[in-house]
Design a protein around this ligand. Sequence first.
Ligand SMILES: Cc1ncc(COP(=O)(O)O)c(C=O)c1O
Length: 385
Amino acid sequence: VFSERTAHERTKNRFSLALERARAGGAPILDLTASNPTLVGIPYAPEVARAVSESASVSRYEPVPFGLASARRAIAELWRSRGLEVPEDRVALTASTSEAYAFLFKLFCDAGDEVLVPAPSYPLFEHLAALEGVRLVPYRLGYDGAWFVDPAPLRAALTERTRAVLVVSPNNPTGSYLRRDALFRLAELGLPIISDEVFGEYPLVPDPERARSVLENEDVLVVALDGLSKLAALPQWKLAWMSFAGPGLLVDEALARLELVLDTFLSPSTPIQLALPELLRTRHVAADAIRERLRQNHAALLGACQNSAVSVLPVEGGWYAVLRLPATRTDEEFALSFLERGVLVQPGYFFDFGDDPHVVLSLLTPESSLAEGVGRLVQAVGEST
Ligand SMILES: Cc1ncc(COP(=O)(O)O)c(C=O)c1O
């Protein structure tokens, strides 16, 4: 009686079972995967709570498909502060970027159509696509000391059913930004480009070649995704947005079709939409604290892995770091051995890293846990080689 779309694999993998056992055993675990900003001691501006409680007292409800004009204007102003002009009528609000993906898959794809996704990348894509009946076709990112979008595997992955290309900039978990030349080459494919830019305001190193946003390119239909979840470290308040650019007729058609989808769901809550201008204005308190933590943790990580068998791959931005380990075990075996020493990291296969063993950790982890956990990890790798 149930759909194929919800028939996902439910058997727990070996790593999840080991983690459950370790947790049930009660031994303390240093969690180096912590990436929920509300649980890792990040300070917020006092105005944040005030803005939401004040707007919660507003009893007015205006069911507008694209979101309240005041909130869309605030997003247009955010773009202006980044040097890009995006009219507010090309902005649509959703409750999360996950919801935005679901809506965009409805907009571009019929069941069985294909979307190109980077590998390695965000594991949730698999479920977001499956739930819309969309087939994901991975294109492997190149790596030559830095990660980059390689046009060859992209072209090889194209079929008659390809409907859009996804990019994540900076990517989760490789931390690599989309460069202008790569964006230009992507646009040459002639497909709509959906760009997840939720970590965009967390660069670790400057790079003048970096595209500020996919919206810089108007040759094809482009959609930038962002939201409060990372930008203001407020995932619990559930507000995200899609911004569109490209050839005028295509943008108009996309928005006209999307209107029905948005009108059918009307999901972003009015109080949060009303609070958005204030949440954006005061986001720097939390975001600056996060940037400082990312910087400190990244420096500590580089220091701890120096002269060891663990390589820290270059991080350009975002909240994660990738470690490459010696090819003596699989990444799952390494992650299990770290767990035995009370350290939790994510094995690379969760993100589709391919053959070499990699593990992923969150640079949002509180500093003392990260230093202690990485120390144990480096020691474990040293003893195993
Ligand atoms: C690449 C990427 N996009 C989007 C999100 C989540 O955003 P939202 O909470 O708006 O669905 C995450 C969360 O980790 C992410 O890693």
